[in-house]
Design a protein around this ligand. Structure first.
Ligand code: ATP
Ligand code: MG
Length: 259
């Protein structure tokens, strides 16, 4: 059985896609069979894995509308040589899914049902959610066993967190009893900032061991990588940001399958 994690935070630009892409690639580099699901019409995770969103014949959109299977829509990421990173890609079509699903039955469970058919083929399935608590994110949360929440250690980060935690609680109560918060990941971390240190300490106090030990620093190589169609961990493996994501992947594997 695969471990399915949604990378979610309704706040925009907090590092969801960077986390989803780099964790997925790092897991694949560790020989874990990994599927990255792009649930954002922006298609950034798709592009970040070297798959061209402009030339997709089938994408996650058709999967949600039950016009295609995951097996027919996924692609092998050309960015990871061992072929262990697969992508269920997205592009702007996906923006229409929200409206088109409104009158459909089991609309929040479409992704869950589609992924069930490929479950045995993967060790990890990661879902990159869009920056909203929409039907798309709801599909991600219904399909997942756990949520990974990337966050910047700044004052407003904590405010947004309570909305997300409440949504996760509601989904847990009504739609998906498996769902739990796997952990909070500190990203774009600036160790020189006093505020960062304060917020980081508050997080640890409040969430205890739900805060991942791995910390992702602000690192320009991670931001440059997508324009080469590569995850940061492939583009410049030695860079501080890449090393942090590789460390995070090891922590993740350890949490899921303790030695
Ligand atoms: P959205 O809400 O739009 O989907 P997101 O939460 O997925 O955004 P990203 O796209 O991953 O966020 O990151 C936002 C921007 O910050 C991007 O330009 C990305 O390259 C940059 N970025 C992310 N993480 C880091 C980091 N650790 N160091 C430097 N830049 C980063
Ligand atoms: Mg994103």
């Amino acid at each position: 059985m695969s471990a399915i994690f949604a990378v979610a935070n309704q706040k925009g630009g907090v590092g969801k896609t960077t986390t989803a892409v780099n964790l997925a690639a790092a897991l694949a580099l560790s020989e874990q069979r990994t599927l990255l699901v792009d649930l954002d019409p922006q298609g950034n995770a798709t592009m970040g894995c070297g798959v061209d969103k402009r030339s997709l014949k089938t994408s996650v959109y058709q999967v949600l509308l039950e016009m295609a299977d995951v097996a027919g829509a996924r692609q092998v990421s050309p960015a990871v040589e061992n072929g262990k990173l697969h992508v269920l890609p997205a592009n702007r079509d996906l923006a229409g899914a929200e409206v088109e699903l409104v009158d459909e039955e089991r609309r929040e469970k479409r992704l869950k049902e589609a992924l069930a058919k490929v479950d045995s083929e993967y060790d990890f399935i990661l879902i990159d959610c869009p920056p909203s608590l929409s039907m798309l994110t709801l599909n991600g949360l219904c399909a997942a066993h756990g949520v990974v929440i990337p966050m910047q250690c700044e004052y407003y980060a904590l405010e947004g967190l309570s909305d997300l935690v409440n949504t996760i609680k509601r989904v847990h109560a009504n739609l998906n009893a498996d769902l739990k918060i796997i952990g909070l990941l500190r990203v774009m971390f600036d160790p020189r900032s006093t505020l960062t240190a304060q917020v980081s300490a508050q997080l640890e106090q409040h969430f205890g061991d739900k805060v991942f030990k791995a910390v992702i620093p602000r690192n320009v190589r991670l931001a440059e990588a997508p324009s080469y169609g590569q995850p940061g961990v492939v583009f410049d493996r030695a860079a501080k940001g890449a090393q942090a994501y590789l460390e995070f992947a090891r922590e993740m594997i350890e949490r899921v399958r303790p030695a």
